[in-house]
Design a protein around this ligand. Structure first.
Ligand code: 6PG
Length: 240
């Protein structure tokens, strides 16, 4: 049975998700010197990031957290479509996170080079947090889900779904914005110690319900194939 929490109020969901993020990061920091957090892109996590910056400034040892991204769009760093830009504005700047702890995807490199570079970054950051497993083990991964069941930039039918590497360049243009992506892969996501999904948008609810039911049919959705060794919690906004 997949752990899930449903809220009819989006800001309440964001606040509760922030509480769990703080709790999981605290547990990671109690275990090792540094914790690793992979941020989600899209728009849903905005409220979560704002809640973390507003309510958990002092409840997490943020100076020892390293920030990664589950995926990034192939857009200039300053683009409004950049996942890194949204998180920077809502979370990293308000918490005054040092640049040394912020690990952005280098979309200034050619796609495959950026993927290789980011895979090395993930391995280095995780190794720094004493995780020397064959697949880097991220302490906490935040993910969203699109209306087609994609997560990160793992889209239905994408070759990236079969990747064995940790990070790949996904030529599939994906949904809006229709640009190529750099994405963490299922092996890396599933090596995580904890994964939280945050999903909002009533058009997604039938897919969410099918995934949470655990049926094999749901595996056609990439989000259903994120089954980490660690804890998995779905936060779902379901307006009444
Ligand atoms: C991206 C995200 C993507 C996102 C979903 C949901 O770069 O687009 O990583 O996986 O999480 O598309 O997006 P919304 O939160 O905007 O609905």
């Amino acid at each position: 049975m997949i752990e899930s929490l449903t809220f009819d109020d989006l800001s309440e969901m964001s606040g509760k998700a922030a509480d769990l993020v703080a709790e999981l990061l605290g547990a990671a920091l109690a275990r090792t010197a540094g914790a690793t957090l992979a941020l989600a892109g899209g728009s849903t996590p905005r409220g979560l990031y704002q809640a973390l910056a507003r309510s958990h400034r002092d409840s997490v040892r943020w100076r020892d957290v390293h920030f990664l991204w589950g995926d990034e769009r192939y857009v200039p760093a300053g683009s409004p479509d950049s996942n890194a830009r949204m998180a920077t504005e809502t979370l990293l700047v308000p918490l005054e996170i040092a640049e040394r702890a912020i690990h952005r995807v280098r979309t200034d490199l050619a796609g495959p080079d950026a993927a290789r570079d980011y895979a090395a970054t993930v391995r280095s950051v995780c190794a720094a947090s004493e995780s020397a497993d064959p697949m880097p083990r991220i302490d906490l991964v935040l993910l969203g889900m699109g209306p087609d069941g994609h997560t990160a930039s793992l889209f239905p039918g994408s070759a990236a779904l079969a990747a064995e590497e940790s990070v790949v360049f996904a030529e599939a243009p994906g949904l809006n914005p229709r640009v190529p992506r750099i994405t963490m892969t299922l092996p890396l996501l599933n090596a995580a110690r904890a994964v939280l999904f945050l999903v909002a948008g009533s058009e997604k609810l039938p897919i969410v319900r099918e995934i949470l039911s655990g049926g094999a049919q749901a595996l056609r959705y990439p989000a259903a194939r994120v089954k980490p060794e660690g804890r998995l919690v779905w936060f779902v906004h379901e307006p009444r």
